[in-house]
Design a protein around this ligand. Structure first.
Ligand SMILES: Nc1ncnc2c1ncn2[C@@H]1O[C@H](COP(=O)(O)OP(=O)(O)OP(=O)(O)O)[C@@H](O)[C@H]1O
Ligand SMILES: [Mg+2]
Length: 588
């Protein structure tokens, strides 16, 4: 049955001027005009039966005109002066067909016909709006797993649905100024992903603000901090180590090499040689003959850093017999000193314990499987594991791009090597993406190395079922290549002109004035555009059941309270330890 069973009497007016993409409608009743708002939706009867044209109100006008002449006498009527005409300009955005083939109520972003003069115009609201919105977020009305975002601002009775398939298939962007509600929106989306039987999503939680999000299918992990290093053997299940041997050669070099060092090429070459040797030794010891045959320096095989350092030290101190028989300095004598110094300093840095600590466990051949199972696999009965929130808050900011990049790369590689018939899609939510997928890479090798993983996912992820959700408060500082691969936009309030212009350029041209709403959106409100919603809409996103701990602090209220304690002592000690001390623990 047609969604739009409008009676003629419900019309607000008729079309009196038609342009290619827009029409003018004369609204007959001034009371009707008062109810209309810019950005509301209207339906117009099309010249083709079974079709309605859908438009957005772009402008509402009252025009003053001269009073028409009396038809019979051709003289001005006694009430000389002006009268007013109520006009709305409507931008046409698509067609709703009652039926296309077998499918009922199909919305298309094309205009196969234009409305005729005097075509009736109806306002789209309430239940009709909800039904229309459900019809356009393909399958939403029939499938129970459509992603619900919140309510349309233009009609708070209408639920806003996104097509959950399309949203993750071709990547999404969630942007908004600080405090505009991104983290809450993320939590709200995750709360709906979580109950799906076989869902699979990873969230990079950079500030540790998602600890409060709970559910049967939500697991919390954190990247090991200094306080996790002294736990002895048997690492806790929720702690993640990201050992150095999982880094590719490029990444390791980006991390260790000082490119400005004169000896950098030698250092890189010798490091590569000794790492390859150390990996070979490891594989031989473990009897992995198949892998020995075709492993490369990039193969994720554990190796002993001690033996690498040992062999580099030998070269660095080596003396060889000279022409006269007297020992002279070897080819690389002293050329590795600074490299070794850097390497040893990093190994000794407790903040990097997640990379160099972990003891014997992380050197186990099967340890990578354990890690990947944590990241991709599920817990309990399910082979796949709901939502995994990884807290990166104790990872120093200078290596953050490397570590997030490594996790993303592992996920992508596993997907790549999974048989097609066993492939299971996974979404990676990157909160605070400007910190590790930055726009400006050139100056920083670490940024670049991490970026490569995200770039691959953005470009090729669709084929292997890896979806990115890029979340950031500074879209102008997030890498443009990644952003331009994203097909869904949830843009919350953006006040900065640069950020606005980045988003404006990413949105489709046909949206016209829609992006002008960006600075005036309320907290929790968003413009949603893209594959998953077909129709550009302004949506008030529902609050999640459990909010992340990112609440905006009420300065005045806090200052007005009486308080007897401060957390300064704990904070100072935490700062020194580079680890959060739990409350009530005696300060050492
Ligand atoms: N949908 C919503 N409706 C009403 N209030 C909201 C909504 N979303 C967020 N808020 C309020 O805004 C505050 C900040 O939200 P949130 O932490 O999600 O911001 P953010 O955009 O992630 O900021 P940042 O970029 O600094 O991380 C929340 O504490 C919450 O009270
Ligand atoms: Mg946030």
């Amino acid at each position: 049955m047609s969604l739009f069973n409008y009676e003629d009497s419900e019309a607000i007016g008729g079309v009196f001027s038609v342009d290619t993409g827009s029409v003018l409608v004369r609204v007959e009743d001034v009371e009707q005009l008062r109810k209309l708002q810019v950005n509301h939706l209207v339906a117009l009867r099309s010249s083709r039966t079974g079709q309605h044209l859908i438009g957005i109100i772009h402008k509402i006008m009252r025009k003053a005109l001269m009073k028409p002449l009396d038809e019979e006498t051709d003289e001005a009527t006694p009430e000389d002066g002006t009268f007013e005409e109520n006009i709305i300009r409507v931008t046409l955005i698509g067609t709703l067909k009652d039926k296309a083939g077998e499918k009922p109520n199909v919305f298309q972003r094309t205009l196969e016909s234009v409305p005729e003069i005097d075509a009736r115009c109806f306002i789209l609201s309430g239940e009709r709006l909800t039904k229309f919105m459900q019809a356009i977020s393909i399958g939403a009305g029939t499938k129970p797993n459509a992603l619900s975002l919140g309510k349309y601002t233009i009609d708070e009775d209408a639920n806003a649905w996104l097509d959950g398939n399309r949203f993750f298939q071709r990547h999404a962007v969630l942007v908004g100024a600080t405090g505009s509600g991104k983290s809450c929106a993320t939590a709200h989306i995750l709360e709906q992903v979580e109950p799906l039987q076989n869902s699979n999503a990873i969230l990079f939680d950079i500030h540790g603000e998602y600890k409060t999000i709970e559910g049967d299918n939500i697991q919390h992990f954190h990247v090991a901090g200094p306080s996790d290093l002294d736990q002895g053997t048997g690492l806790a299940d929720n702690v993640i180590f990201l050992p150095y041997w999982l880094l590719t050669y490029e990444e390791m070099i980006a991390f260790l090499l000082d490119r400005s060092d004169l000896n950098a090429p030698n250092q890189a070459m010798l490091f590569a040689r000794s790492v390859t040797k150390a990996k070979k030794d490891y594989l031989e010891k473990e009897d992995k003959n198949e892998i020995l045959k075709n492993f490369t320096i990039d193969s994720p095989v554990p190796y002993s850093l001690d033996s690498v350092i040992g062999s580099l030290k030998i070269l660095n101190e080596e003396k060889v017999p000279g022409a006269t028989g007297k020992p002279i300095k070897g080819d690389f004598h002293g050329k590795l000193s600074r490299f070794l110094q850097r390497l040893e300093a990093k190994i000794g840095d407790r903040r990097l314990g997640f990379m160099f600590g972990g003891g014997k466990d992380v050197m186990d051949y099967d340890w990578m499987l354990t890690l990947c199972t944590k990241l991709i696999g599920g817990s309990g009965q399910q082979p796949y594991g709901g939502v995994k929130i990884i807290d990166f808050s104790e990872v120093p900011s200078d290596v953050l791009p490397l570590m997030t990049g490594m996790v993303a790369r592992l996920v992508f590689s596993i997907q790549q090597w999974t048989e097609k018939e066993e492939l299971h899609p996974i979404a990676i939510f990157c909160d605070e993406a400007h910190l590790y997928i930055p726009e400006h890479l050139a100056a920083n090798a670490v940024n670049e190395a991490g970026f490569r993983s995200f770039e691959r996912i953005a470009k090729e992820g669709r084929k292997y079922g890896v979806g990115l959700v890029v979340i950031s408060q500074r879209p102008s500082e997030v890498n443009r290549t990644i952003l331009s691969q994203c097909n869904n936009f949830i843009a919350m309030r953006l006040t900065n002109a640069e950020d606005q212009s980045v988003i404006r350029r990413l949105l489709p041209d046909s949206l016209g004035g829609f992006s002008e709403l960006l600075p005036i959106l309320d907290t929790g409100e968003a413009i949603v555009v893209g594959d998953a919603s077909l129709l550009p809409s302004r949506i008030r996103i529902d609050l999640p059941k459990k909010k992340p701990t990112s609440a905006t602090i009420d300065f005045w209220d806090e200052w007005s309270k009486k308080s007897t304690s401060t957390g300064i002592a704990n904070a100072v000690e935490s700062l020194r330890l580079q680890a959060k001390i739990k409350k009530n623990l005696p300060v050492r």
